[in-house]
Every structure is written in C-alpha cells, then in structure tokens.
Ligand binder design. Structure first.
Ligand SMILES: *[C@@H]1O[C@H](CO)[C@@H](O)[C@H](O)[C@H]1NC(C)=O
Ligand SMILES: *[C@@H]1O[C@H](CO)[C@@H](O)[C@H](O)[C@H]1NC(C)=O
Ligand SMILES: *[C@@H]1O[C@H](CO)[C@@H](O)[C@H](O)[C@H]1NC(C)=O
Length: 339
C-alpha cells in the first residue's frame, strides 16, 4: 500500500465496495475464545472490539453471534463480529510496564480506543474495487500470525502483518515487519491483513489458519489467483490499530543499549509475534450485500450508528486484574504460550 494519506482516499469518487469503519473498544482483558476457549485468564492480554456476544467461549454450535448480540462498538450496526489483537506495552528503563493507549484513525475522532477495520474486494490502492468476493459465513472464524514467533524468517510466512511508524496521523509508508527502531512522533500503527482464499468448506480449522490461504502466486493486491485447495476468494480483512506511543518517546526512558522499548502482551519485543483474530458476525446477508454494492467507506446499503452510540456498547470484564498504570510485570505468566 503506497498512499500518503487516507484523507486522499476520501477525495476519490466511489465505484464499488470498500468498507472502512471504526469500532470502539469493547473490552481489554485476558480472554481468547478462539485459541483458548473457556479459559479465563488466557495467556496474554487482548484488546477486543465488536459485538457484545463476545464471551470466553464462542463455539459455532452455541449459535450465531449476530443473533445473540444486542449491541456493537462498530459504526456499521449490523456488524456484530469480534476482532482482536494483542496489546502493546511500553517497558521503561526501570523495568516497569505501561499499557500503550489506542487512538482512533483520521475520520473516527471520538471513538474510545479500538481500531479501524477494512473489507476490500481489491487492493486498497485500486479505487475501482471491481472484483467479486464471497462474504464469510455464519460461524466463520480465523487467526493470522503466531504469538510465539520472534524472527523475521518465521514471520515471513505472513508477509502482510506490519507496522507503520507514524510521523503524523496520515503516514502510511514505509511498513516494517518488526517494531520501528526509533521514536515515532505520532504513534505506531499495527497493520494486520488476513489471507483472502478460503477452502469453501470449513468455518474453522485446528490451527484456525489452514482453512485459509494466500493467493497461489502474486498477492491479493495484484490479483493473484487462489489455489485450487482454497478456491473461494473472500474479502481482504484488514485491521489498523494506532498505538499512541507519544508519551513514551522520551529517550531517557528507553533501553541504554539503544534498542526499542515496546513489547507485545505476550512478551514479544521483536514485533514478529503480531497476530489478529476474527469471529464473523454480520447480520443476515449484510456483508455480502455490501460487497456487491457501490460502497466506498460509506455504504448506503448498511445501517450505521454514531461513534457515541458505539462507545456505549461494552461487556462485563471476566478477568479482574490490573492492566492500567505502571505494572511490575506483563499481565499473565510467560513460557506457557500455546498460540
Ligand atoms: C457468556 O457465557 C455464559 C455461559 O457460558 C453466559 O452465562 C453469559 O451470559 C455469557 N455472557 C455474555 C456477555 O453473553
Ligand atoms: C519507572 O519509570 C517510569 C518512567 O520514567 C516512571 O513513571 C515510574 O514511576 C517508574 N517506576 C518505578 C517503580 O520506579
Ligand atoms: C521476555 O522476553 C525477554 C526477551 O525479550 C526475555 O529475556 C525474558 O526472560 C522474557 N520474560 C519472561 C517472563 O519470559
């Protein structure tokens, strides 16, 4: 993606479907209904957005979350999906940790933390968005990334999980696979792009990944074909999470050896362990309808709610432990990763 600023996008006339919307924070806690269902606390802290049917266990056989949820933190009010990532911490020179707050993207001011979600038919730079895609099905879920990866060689498997060092709110390149090495004036954006080819059969798989694939050759952006094992082309799901590192940019608090001080909640200071989780929960055929309609950021075929209304949707916290202020250690215990 090579765009100076997403504000530039808004000036381009819509042609077909590209959804870009904000979702406020639903909850921040150690739960992970995909990888560690029923386990509370799960090994590491997550930040979660979306519908309030989010729970420590969300098996497909427990029912459609779009039916169970009564509110969502997302602007498209028919989207009761849940989306989550790990949580970024700052580790000060004295060894204390502080959670890095999340701030909304351009255009979503007023949102309580959360992230920006995209569903695309073609690459973001293709304003035409002409390709056909098949929306995810009820009960569909997936994961991208591996929480225990710590090297570039490992992370190359995912190629599209990256960071942008934000000089200003609209900075969009370059992207790196590891954490930025120097202070980023506006913050660090973590970009999570999911694979776009589905096997057409399984709503999930044991590793939550193998029912999905990247294109056989090329990339989603350049229209690479899906492999015959995973022939169904689905929308490109992408998360942008802006971590507001501004108040942690004082070099006096950074490690003396010159390394960078940010660490994911699973004790990853490389950045290669970044991962994103998705539980589909659009109501009825709303996502397919949107993808088949001329939508560009705004989407008249979908119902919308204000950011203020989205901010009011929450779930009760299941895991009661300190996650705010200066902490002696990351929430959870380490060396027990299974994800
Ligand atoms: C979570 O699931 C439990 C049963 O396992 C249920 O009692 C509870 O109401 C659920 N919470 C939400 C927010 O749906
Ligand atoms: C550690 O450093 C941070 C940043 O300078 C400071 O705010 C915090 O109070 C310190 N914590 C301890 C336990 O000294
Ligand atoms: C966290 O990771 C660092 C390496 O970055 C390692 O030295 C440390 O032992 C880890 N902490 C725990 C509790 O596993």
């Amino acid at each position: 993606m090579h765009l100076n600023s997403l504000t530039a996008l808004a000036l381009v006339a819509p042609a077909s479907a590209l959804l870009r919307f904000g979702c406020s924070q639903l909850v921040v806690e150690r739960t992970d209904p995909l990888v560690n269902p029923g386990v509370a606390p799960s090994p590491h802290l997550h930040q979660i957005i979306g519908g309030n049917a989010f729970n420590i266990s969300m098996r497909p056989e427990d029912g459609d979350i779009a039916e169970k949820a009564t509110c969502t933190t997302c602007q498209f009010s028919e989207d009761f999906s849940n989306y989550w990532t790990a949580v970024l911490f700052f580790k000060a020179r004295n060894g204390s940790y502080h959670r890095v707050p999340q701030v909304p993207n351009i255009g979503f001011e007023g949102s309580n933390g959360g992230m920006t979600v995209y569903y695309m038919q073609d690459g973001l730079a293709n304003y035409q968005q002409t390709s056909k895609v098949t929306a995810f099905k009820t009960g569909f879920r997936m994961l991208v990334g591996e929480a225990n990866y710590r090297t570039k060689v490992q992370a190359n498997r995912f190629r599209q999980i990256t960071y942008t060092c934000l000089k200003e709110a609209g900075t969009r390149y370059p992207e790196s696979m590891d954490f930025p090495k120097a202070p980023c004036a506006y913050g660090i954006m973590s970009n999570v792009r999911f694979p776009t080819c589905w096997d057409g059969k399984n709503l999930d798989s044991p590793d939550h990944q193998s029912h999905m694939s990247y294109p056989e050759t090329g990339t989603f952006e350049n229209g690479g074909p899906c492999p015959s094992s995973h022939p169904v082309r689905v929308p490109q799901l992408m998360y942008e999470v802006i971590w507001d590192t501004k108040k942690f940019n004082n070099k006096e608090d950074w490690p003396e050896d010159g390394s960078q001080p940010f660490v994911w909640s699973m004790n990853d200071s490389t950045g290669f362990g970044s991962h994103g989780d998705y539980m589909f929960g659009w109501k009825d055929d709303s996502l397919q309808r949107a993808m088949d309609s001329p939508c560009y950021v705004n989407c008249p075929t979908l119902k919308m709610q204000s950011i203020a209304v989205g901010n009011q949707c929450t779930v009760p916290t299941v895991v009661d432990e300190p996650i705010n202020g200066w902490l002696k250690a990351l929430p959870g215990s380490w060396g027990q990763e299974s994800e």
